[in-house]
Design a protein around this ligand. Structure first.
Ligand SMILES: [Zn+2]
Length: 328
């Protein structure tokens, strides 16, 4: 017997955004495809799941699902006939074209009268181009009362043809006091100060203060340093961080490359003490043209679908090239 899972709550600072969706639902004007973007850790994944569960509820209201109807019971039992979730899979954590095709044909069947059929892709940027393109069919000929909910950290990596067919909403932190209260409830001291300095949303902010996060941050800093200061072979360096998600690695390296370029131009780099030190230490590894070329490459890597490949595959090529540059 599987224990029923509770329904997903709305991140309290995003309730206003839910009211917008609810209003459109009430007016019978809910678009077939909704894309939610927003800064990392603002709660996109949780929000889209909350929206799906609320829309499926028989008594959907301004506060979300009722938790009591047959639909809510099916959701908590983890078996709802009108709800489908597409998750990244495999070592590369990407969404495969076959899974998308399956979802598309499922979504084209009609929902029972008066009800929605919801599909959720909460890591839409984990789709490669082929997978994303196969979504087009459902965006062009959606089934009756079919709703596709997408969330993406990097909407720029979705094809423009997809973006233009979705109604996009940027989930912003409209209600900072709700976020501060939530952070305090999670045991954070000085939540207001932390949040005002953060460039991420409340959920990522909480994660960044965890031991696990700090440890992996140190691993990444060591890898970057070892690479430029030739302290270890490329293979060894890549191995040391191959357990971390590709997007995390690329995001850090991309940021650090941008900071190196800012330093070249004598601009403030806006980093904490440890990061500033890291940037200074590796700075002489490349000349200004090389730093700029690397920045260009990082941007391309970050925007392309390389995030859907394995960390090892992406980093081996990148690091080998950086090593060649530093030796050149
Ligand atoms: Zn309900």
């Amino acid at each position: 017997m599987v224990e029923p899972a509770p329904l997903t709550p709305c991140p309290p600072w995003l309730l206003d955004h839910w009211r917008d969706v609810y209003r459109r639902h009430e007016q019978g004007q809910l678009p077939h495809a909704l894309l939610f973007t927003g800064m990392r850790g603002v709660g996109k994944k949780q929000f889209v799941r909350f929206v799906a569960e609320s829309l499926l509820c028989r008594n959907c209201s301004e506060i979300g699902a009722c938790g009591k109807c047959d639909s809510c019971a099916q959701l908590t039992a983890g078996a709802h006939a009108e709800f489908s979730v597409l998750l990244p899979e495999g070592a590369a954590m990407n969404i495969k074209v076959d899974s998308v095709r399956e979802l598309v044909s499922w979504l084209q069947l009609s929902a029972p009268p008066g009800r929605y059929r919801c599909a959720l892709i909460d890591t839409a940027d984990a789709m490669n181009r082929n997978a994303a393109n196969s979504l087009l069919k459902t965006l062009e000929e959606p089934g009756e009362r079919a709703v596709l909910l997408l969330a993406a950290d990097r909407p720029g990596s979705l094809p423009a043809t997809i973006r233009s067919r979705c109604q996009a909403t940027n989930l912003s932190l409209r209600d900072t006091s709700a976020a501060i209260t939530w952070l305090e409830e999670q045991g954070m001291d000085d939540a207001q100060a932390h949040l005002s300095r953060a460039r991420v949303g409340p959920i990522a902010l909480l994660e960044q203060l965890s031991d696990e996060w700090i440890e992996s941050e140190q691993l990444l800093q060591k890898a970057w340093k070892d690479l430029f200061l030739m302290r270890a072979s490329v293979g060894k360096i890549v191995d040391s961080i191959s357990g971390l998600p590709t997007t995390r690695c690329l995001r850090n390296f991309s940021n650090w490359t941008l900071m190196a370029n800012k330093r070249q131009l004598n601009l403030p780099i806006g980093a904490d003490h440890a990061t500033s030190e890291l940037i200074s230490e590796v700075h002489d590894g490349l000349d200004s043209e090389q730093w700029f070329a690397l920045y260009d490459r990082m941007q391309q890597l970050y925007r392309s679908d390389s995030a859907s490949f394995k960390t090892q595959t992406v980093l081996e090529g990148l690091f080998a090239d950086i090593r060649t540059m530093t030796q050149g």
